[in-house]
Design a protein. Sequence first.
Length: 115
Amino acid sequence: VQLQASGGGLVQAGGSLRLSCVASGSIFSINVMGWYRQAPGKQRELVAALTGGSNTLYADSVKGRFTISRGNAEKTVNLQMNSLKPEDTAVYFCNAMKPPNREFWGQGTQVTVSS
């Protein structure tokens, strides 16, 4: 499975950005897609995920501001980020999972929010 992420960039606080991720290769059986982020000096953390069906999971820090959704193409996922804060600055990684507990990562895309 290969994950290609796009989007990201530099935005002022309060602005919006949209990330997209497309899975290719052996995409059958992928049952979870989501986004993680890693800020300098911090551990990678879950931002949002789409599990089986349309179940969503969000980090408390982004609830009400970020929305994860499926894209139009198969095995694509988007992350709409609104009301961005400087503390959202991080490298964002697309993630996919398929049984039994196989995990795949995209290359990461930088999101920088200036105050």
